[in-house]
Design a protein around this ligand. Structure first.
Ligand SMILES: *Cc1c(COP(=O)(O)O)cnc(C)c1O
Length: 314
């Protein structure tokens, strides 16, 4: 079982790669919600998301064990993170993306000298192809969340939060496959169990919420939320037991509330974040609590500029 000591090991392993991201706050938002809200700014992490933490911990470990070539299946932030860290370490990387992957995402991978290979439209097809490449070319597959080293790497954001702020009441964390929240909840609960860790999902992609309340992993099939980093259809095999053990509550957020949070942060704080990162702020704003000290983990900032107008609402 993954524990706090693995997160400390991860932190040492990735120290030279990762930025310690700031906490940001806004008086306007605090007055509006009657709580002190701090944003943990992983949209300012290198490559634009927290994914570099887990990817770096895994890829550095594999490189220390003689890997020369790494492969991932992701059109999004995980793909960029794997390409970036592979390039830093002088390893070859290939990222398997869907046939319809956005050009800007392909460009980002290529900018980090990762190879782009197109395959099908579903994540199942991409993962199969990625594993085939690994078999044919003695490469190592880097999973996006369901891996102890990846989870431990994501947990380093939790250690930073604990050092940056005291007297925390609640921490809100977005959930896709559950790697981020598993790492952060382990870091926080094994340090200070009094802090409540709250998971956040879009109502349209509520697989972990349903699984949590039914006590078993439930597959919800294809999802369509604007929070594209959270479109997983089933919680991870390794992550779900950690969510069951350490997460105090899971809340759901509507698409409109994600847009409202995006708009507020864009106009008031002048920060560009992606919908998957805005969701934790939306949940914190809807919490109904008063006089609390709350952290919302803003997981990423990679949003296509063409999409921004559709996220800005009155
Ligand atoms: C991957 C991702 C998530 C979800 O993380 P999991 O570890 O899959 O739960 C949330 N936000 C952003 C921006 C992401 O890239």
């Amino acid at each position: 079982m993954m524990g706090l000591e693995h997160i400390h090991q991860a932190r040492e392993r990735i120290a030279k790669i990762i930025k310690r991201t700031p906490l940001m706050c806004s008086n306007t938002i605090d007055e509006k919600i009657g709580n002190q809200l701090f944003l943990k700014c992983e949209h300012l992490q290198k490559t634009g998301s927290f994914k570099l933490r887990g990817a770096s911990n895994k890829v550095i470990f594999e490189a220390e064990h003689n890997a020369r070539y790494v492969v991932a299946a992701s059109s999004g932030n995980h793909g960029q993170a794997v390409a970036y860290i592979a390039n830093q370490l002088g390893l070859k990387s290939t990222i398997v993306v869907p046939e319809n992957a956005a050009t800007c995402k392909q460009e980002a991978i290529k900018a980090y000298h990762g190879g782009v290979e197109f395959c099908g439209f579903t994540s199942g097809e991409r993962i199969e192809r990625a594993k085939q490449i690994c078999e044919d070319e003695q490469a190592v597959f880097i999973p996006p969340y369901d891996d102890p080293l990846v989870i431990a790497g994501q947990g380093t954001a939790g250690l930073e939060i604990l050092e940056q702020l005291d007297q925390i009441d609640e921490v809100y964390v977005p959930i896709g496959g559950g790697g981020l929240i598993s790492g952060i909840a382990t870091a926080i609960k094994e340090s200070n169990p009094r802090i409540r860790v709250i998971g956040v999902e879009p109502t349209l992609a509520n697989d972990t919420y349903l699984s949590y309340h039914n006590g078993k992993r439930i597959n919800i099939g294809v999802t369509t939320t604007i929070a594209d980093g959270l479109r997983t259809s089933i919680p991870g095999e390794l992550t779900f037991p950690i969510v069951q053990k350490y997460v105090d509550e899971i809340v759901l957020v509507e698409e409109e509330a994600i847009k409202r949070a995006f708009t507020l942060v864009f106009t008031r704080m002048k920060q560009v974040i992606e919908p998957s990162g805005a969701i934790s702020i939306a949940a914190a704003m809807e919490s109904g609590a008063r006089g609390k000290r709350i952290v919302a983990l803003v997981s990423g900032g990679n949003v296509d500029t063409a999409v921004i107008p559709s996220l800005l609402i009155e």
